[in-house]
Design a protein around this ligand. Structure first.
Ligand code: ADP
Ligand code: MG
Length: 339
């Protein structure tokens, strides 16, 4: 059988089915934002790893190496944030093409270390090899959560309300601006355009929000593939459906003000990925506690009993199919690679 017949998620499911197990220590295994592992008595170890490949996840024609370093750390920190955890240690493994200079590697680590410092995470190790196929960056992030407090994708229940932090769609819109102009050109655009590009190149993972939400959110995932796809992952793992109110989905003033995009702003918010916001559910009984956290988050819908995900627009309701990228499907659902 070809991998393309299974698709990325089918393939991961197969790997999961044959995985060597340790049910006592692997509290959350394959299928969530990070693994939750029992090691010390009072806390849970969180572990996640993400690989970025030149030509698949990034293009050195649209990103500089410092931004690439920042983003490599940020996407992993975001997975720890999505578990409600505190990031602690980072390991970086690199495959370097012969054309990359020592200054280039220093640039990459300048951005990476700036991001790790911002989120109080230490660089503790890694691996370095020659690559014959372009730059490869593989990052592992280790973090912790208080025992029993890690927030999974699987805890959403019918009646819970659905929230998202910040705004959605900026990163995909920023990427479209970058592709039209090329690297460095972003600095010359209007302020609003620069902001969208910045959100694509240097995302800010919602680490403090994630930590505050532990104990309040019933389920959580970070928006890496796009709202429609990540909500589908959360619903699938929880065995529930959802209704999203289209006019509640938060758009930034920058996304609303820039003209000339190929698609309506709402589409970037629903299916554009790489926002690294947190999508989470809260039981109604905990809404007071959520408010007391004073997190910038918007209620965008609710969890339902059926398994379907519906988008409620003025006067009509339609299914909201996942639109994220699959690394192996022969006809990708979108052109933007997911991690
Ligand atoms: P995210 O987008 O949050 O990084 P992914 O979709 O990459 O999550 O991964 C989903 C789940 O599948 C995670 O639990 C991840 O650890 C697991 N996973 C992905 N690829 C593999 C693999 N080759 N072997 C084992 N587990 C994997
Ligand atoms: Mg994730």
């Amino acid at each position: 059988m070809k991998i393309s017949d299974l698709g990325e998620f089918g393939l991961i499911e197969r790997i999961g089915r044959t995985a060597a197990r340790d049910a006592k220590r692997v509290l959350v295994g394959i299928g969530d934002d990070a693994a939750a592992l029992a090691l010390a008595p009072a806390s849970t170890l969180l572990a996640t790893t993400d690989m970025l490949l030149e030509g698949v996840h990034f293009d050195l024609g649209t990103t500089d190496l410092s931004s690439l370093g920042w983003k490599s750390a940020a996407v992993n920190l975001s997975d720890i944030a999505a578990m409600g955890g505190t990031p602690r240690f980072c390991l970086t493994s690199l495959g370097l093409p012969a054309s990359l200079t020592a200054e280039g590697v220093a640039e990459l680590y300048r951005g990476l270390n700036a991001c790790l410092k911002r989120y109080r995470t230490a660089l503790a190790g890694g691996d370095t090899c020659r690559s014959r196929t372009g730059l490869v960056i593989s990052i592992t992030l280790l973090g912790e959560a208080a025992k029993g407090r890690a927030v999974t994708r699987s805890g959403a229940r019918p009646g819970d309300l659905l929230f998202v932090t910040g705004t959605l769609g900026d990163s995909a819109a920023g990427l479209e601006l970058l592709r039209a102009r090329g690297k460095g050109q972003g600095a010359r655009g209007r302020e609003e355009e620069k902001k969208l590009i910045e959100r694509h190149l240097r995302p800010m993972p919602r680490v403090s929000e994630g930590m505050l939400l532990a104990g309040v959110a019933s389920a959580m995932i970070d928006v890496s593939d796009g709202l429609s796809s990540d909500l589908a992952h959360l619903c699938e793992q929880s065995g529930v459906g959802a209704e999203v109110l289209a006019d509640r989905v938060p758009l930034s003033k920058e996304l609303r003000s820039v003209r000339g995009f190929t698609r309506p702003a709402a589409e970037y918010a629903l299916s554009g990925g790489e926002d690294y916001e947190l999508l989470f559910t809260v039981p109604r009984a905990k809404l007071g506690r959520l408010r007391s956290l004073r997190i910038k988050a918007t209620e965008i819908g609710s969890i339902t009993r059926g398994r379907t995900i519906m988008l409620v627009e003025v006067g009509r309701k339609r299914p909201l199919p996942p639109s994220g990228y699959d690394h192996f499907r022969t006809v990708p659902r979108s052109t933007r690679p997911r991690r």
